[in-house]
Design a binder for this molecule. Structure first.
Ligand SMILES: Cc1ncc(COP(=O)(O)O)c(C=O)c1O
Length: 373
């Protein structure tokens, strides 16, 4: 269980030289060597940087992992993790996940000989059925995005571990405050830290946490070789965001629940999807977030709502202090082929709201106004 205290004090207490209580932003691109063959531990910022190292330590601690890595985006983090696999390897991937991940796997890594099967991982019988002799990993989001389906992490881990493969969980939606996938058997956790971890819609960042010494060097080398490592300034922003993670997640959850409840009573809304955390198997999550998806009865209402909202912003992304509304069909999930999109439920009647930390009454009032006849 991650406490508020862990979030505030995680990774850095104070700088022993100056007494600074926040991690200094080391902007230096390179670091002087005291002598030939002697290093301070830092040489070149693409490979290692003191500010980024504090964040890497922080995410490792928050996820209960031995190793942490920080990247210039969530996609950079995911792309680097995929470097663990070889041409001919097969991965089972949740069909209801961020469209950019689909685009990366299907549009790029397939060309390099990796094979992907898109499966509703909340149905473990389908996961079992998708296993092939060359299956090396399962990659999933839980809750899924945007349909909020829950996958039993422990059982998914069991299925893939029986084949000596890896379970990779994108934990962006719940953050380590609400869910630690490695406690339930996941081998690697990835995050778009651009969302709740940074929390202020002012940085793009990605994180990886794992405890596997055998591939730690491969991932570190891939980070350095590809160069998608996180800048010192953005490392600082994510560290700052993490300090208030617990407080913010409580407010996001309060608003998410209030909005889901209100939408369920609205005459223009057919169905609401909110993962409240209570029904997750094996207590794998400790609560809900601020993410609410809903089907309108009439698709014609979707563009009207997007135009009419005032405080809620019509913008792609999630997890920040400002409430955002998204039309997954053309935004976050636009890269997913129609057949997969429809099978996962992303239709022209679906809207996704990321409740910020404003007052719930104001979010509801804005949406109420946007939903008027
Ligand atoms: C669940 C999830 N994973 C990964 C990503 C990609 O992260 P980034 O935008 O930081 O590259 C996103 C972006 O929306 C996301 O929602």
């Amino acid at each position: 269980m991650i406490s508020s205290t862990t979030c505030v004090h995680n990774g850095f207490d104070f700088d022993p030289v100056t007494g600074s209580i926040t991690a200094p932003i080391f902007t230096s691109a390179t670091f002087r060597h005291p002598a030939l063959g002697v290093s301070t531990g830092f040489d070149y910022t693409r490979a290692i940087n003191p500010t980024r190292s504090v964040l890497e330590e922080a995410i490792a601690q928050l996820e209960g992992a031995k190793h942490g890595l920080a990247f210039a985006s969530g996609m950079g983090a995911i792309s680097t993790v995929i470097k663990l696999f070889n041409p001919g390897d097969h991965l089972i991937v949740g069909e209801d996940l961020y469209g950019g991940t689909y685009r990366l796997f299907n549009g790029y890594y397939e060309r390099y000989g990796l094979e992907f099967s898109w499966v509703d991982t909340s149905n473990l019988a389908l996961v079992e059925a998708a296993i092939k002799p060359n299956t090396k990993a399962i990659f999933l989001e839980t809750p899924s995005n945007p349909m909020m389906k829950i996958t039993d992490i422990a059982q998914a881990a069991q299925i893939i571990h029986d084949r000596n493969g890896l379970l990779i969980v994108d934990n962006t939606f719940l953050t380590p405050y609400l869910q630690n996938p490695m406690e339930h058997g996941a081998d690697i956790v990835v995050h778009s830290a651009s969302k709740y971890l940074c929390g202020h819609n002012d940085a793009i960042a990605g994180l990886v946490a794992h405890s596997n010494d055998s591939f730690a060097k491969t991932l570190r080398d891939a980070q350095m070789s590809e160069g998608a490592s996180l800048s010192p300034f953005d490392s600082f922003l994510v560290l700052r965001g993490i300090k208030t993670l617990a407080l913010r997640m409580k407010k996001h959850e309060e608003n998410g629940r209030a909005l889901a409840e209100w939408l369920r009573t609205h005459k223009k809304v057919e169905r609401v999807f909110y993962a409240d955390g209570k029904h997750a198997p094996h207590n794998q999550s400790r609560g809900g977030n601020g993410m609410v998806s809903f089907y309108l009865k009439d698709a014609a209402d979707a563009p009207k709502i997007l135009e009419r909202v005032k405080m809620i912003l019509f913008a792609e992304s999630l997890g920040g202090v400002e409430s955002l509304i998204t039309y997954p069909l053309v935004q976050t999930h636009g890269a997913i082929p129609e057949a997969i999109r429809i099978s996962s439920g992303v239709t022209d009647r679906l809207l996704r709201l990321s409740c910020g930390i404003e007052d719930a009454a104001d979010i509801i009032a804005d949406l109420d106004n946007a939903l008027k006849d």
